[in-house]
Design a binder for this molecule. Structure first.
Ligand code: GLN
Length: 301
């Protein structure tokens, strides 16, 4: 350990070559409570034996492949801190784009999009159809997991009436705690997709469902074995959940309402086909920042 001892510099030296330097710094900041500036300015700062022990054990777990977000117990999404546990999928940057798109579809100035509220003749520039009429707009996030989509939408569009569903009660507990800590008023339901929403209709249905094909080698990589497989895997072709959601969505959408969802990079064609077959209009696929098909959606006329 080059004589650095149980100090900031000592831990960084211990971590070198074992884990990513950024991960080492984030573990240090989290456990020591020191700012990034202090870590740099005062590398000789001593770490208590307890903190050193904790850091050394987290270092080994990270080196063995456990995702950093689970080790820290939190991560960032759209600039907010969310609790994450192994009961929920770790937020991905692609999902921020789903939130962006959903905000575009909300016809309210409070969402940061200065569009007039629906009235006779008002139309969105990207759609030939009138805006949804219900006030406040009603939105549901299916398979909410840690709650990132529902909570971001509620906080960024406070006038929306937000609901969220998950089949996992442990995931729902995480989402509810995130909503409480971040001050987002959301009605949570336990159940599978639309099951707990009988008789309800929405202006926006949004989902990041499981969409990885069973047996996809990707499931063995990048920490995915540590994530809940029920949040990742959806049948032989990865489309099982999307088939259910797309087939059942029209009965739960108001006229002018959107269904928007995330999917695999090779599922754009299938997603648009399913949407069209279910009677959706204005069906589209949007690529993510990597240029891969990632989000599809359609409008209920
Ligand atoms: N994008 C994730 C991955 O490929 C999968 C997320 C999901 O199934 N909803 O790791």
């Amino acid at each position: 350990m080059r004589g650095e001892g149980k100090t900031v510099a000592g831990f960084l030296a211990l971590a070198r070559g074992k884990i990513d330097r950024l991960d080492a710094r984030l573990l240090l900041q989290d456990i020591s409570g020191l700012t990034h500036t202090r870590l740099i300015a005062e590398p000789q700062t001593a770490l208590s034996p307890e903190r050193w022990q904790t850091l050394a054990s987290l270092l080994e777990r990270r080196a063995a492949g456990e995702p950093l977000a689970y080790l820290l117990g939190h991560t960032e999404f759209r600039g907010r801190r969310f609790i994450v546990t192994p009961d929920v999928l770790i937020p991905r940057p692609e999902t921020e784009e789903l939130v962006e798109l959903a905000l575009e579809k909300f016809p309210l100035p409070a969402c940061g999009h200065p569009l007039p509220f629906a009235g006779e003749g008002n139309t969105l520039p990207f759609s030939p159809f009138p805006l949804p009429r219900s006030m406040p707009p009603r939105c549901v996030d299916l398979g909410t997991g840690s709650g990132i989509i529902a909570i971001s939408l509620k906080l960024e569009c406070p006038q929306a009436e937000m609901q969220a569903v998950d089949a996992s009660s442990t995931a729902l507990a995480v989402a509810q705690e995130n909503a409480r800590q971040l001050g987002a008023d959301i009605a949570f339901h336990h159940g599978s997709w639309f099951e707990p929403l009988a008789g309800q209709t929405f202006d926006l249905i949004v989902a990041n469902p499981p969409y990885v094909a069973a047996g996809d080698p990707h499931l063995q990589l990048n920490g995915l074995p540590h994530e809940p497989q029920t949040a990742l895997v959806a049948g032989a072709d990865g489309l099982d959940c999307l088939r259910t959601i797309i087939a059942d969505a029209p009965a739960h959408l108001n006229p002018g309402g959107w269904l928007l969802f995330e999917h695999g990079h090779d599922q754009g064609d299938a997603a648009r086909h399913l949407l069209t077959a279910a009677g959706f209009e204005a069906v589209f696929t949007q690529t993510d920042l990597a240029g891969l098909d990632r989000i599809s959606g359609g409008l209920k006329k």
